[in-house]
Design a protein around this ligand. Sequence first.
Ligand code: FMN
Length: 275
Amino acid sequence: MTQIASSPQQVVARRYRDPESVPPAEWNPVLQVLHEHRSVRRYLPDPIPDAIVRLLVSAAQSAPTSSNLQAWSVIAVREPERKARLAVLAGGQEHITQAPLLLVWTADLARARTLAAGREVPLDGADYLESSFVAFLDAALAAQNAVVAAESLGYGTVYIGAIRNHPEQVSAELGLPAGVFPVVGLVVGRPDPAENTRVKPRLPQAAVLHAETYDPTGQAKPIADYEDRIAEFYAEQDLTHSWIDRVLTRLGSVAALNGRHRLRDQLTAHGFPLK
Ligand SMILES: Cc1cc2nc3c(=O)[nH]c(=O)nc-3n(C[C@H](O)[C@H](O)[C@H](O)COP(=O)(O)O)c2cc1C
């Protein structure tokens, strides 16, 4: 399927690589940006103005946040040497060094702990898994708002989950105190047009959308369809990947977690007791 999609129906069809997809009920520029998302892994070196970084952060802060706790912070890393060190810690991902900006989104319970210490009151609820979950979720929602804002401005992004491969060293590099933990990195920059990124198709809705109650049956056909569609996507890049193989490989062994199997211990050591 060609990547040139002009009508809303073509944009949605491209998201699924489903030529029979129905026209969307409504359309607007926000929906256009959301449906056109693709991760970018080659960047031009053009710097990103401070005013744009602040705009990405105000978009991030516009995300919903559990109980208005705002339990996250973000570190904007631009220094080439620091980015290069973080790239090494994140498995040598070249795009971190190439792009002008790496945003490291953190779960931040330290702010609330400081408030509690200032008033000399307990903060027992912060010790529970629920509170860490809230902070991680808040950070993710904020980061995704920044992604949408960046893409709406023509910037490219790619998340860096590998920032959690070595969270102790990342925390040291960024000066993160106890109670602040790196959740995910986000590379931001002008996409290098030479990369020719494509919209990666997603599972048919029949595999993910359930009516009223979860229905575990009926997944085989949409998954088989998806295998064909994503094989076409990979073949366009001279790759022969299977989605099923990739899922099973990614989740099939401890080794495939690239060090992230230690996350519970690292969190508890860094001010997230996870009771
Ligand atoms: C939490 C998270 C962590 C990710 N970590 C990485 C990463 O470390 N390196 C990378 O190249 N892509 C990373 N990605 C990008 C995914 O591989 C990508 O979103 C997925 O393959 C779908 O492709 P698309 O974003 O182009 O639609 C990450 C995405 C998410 C949501």
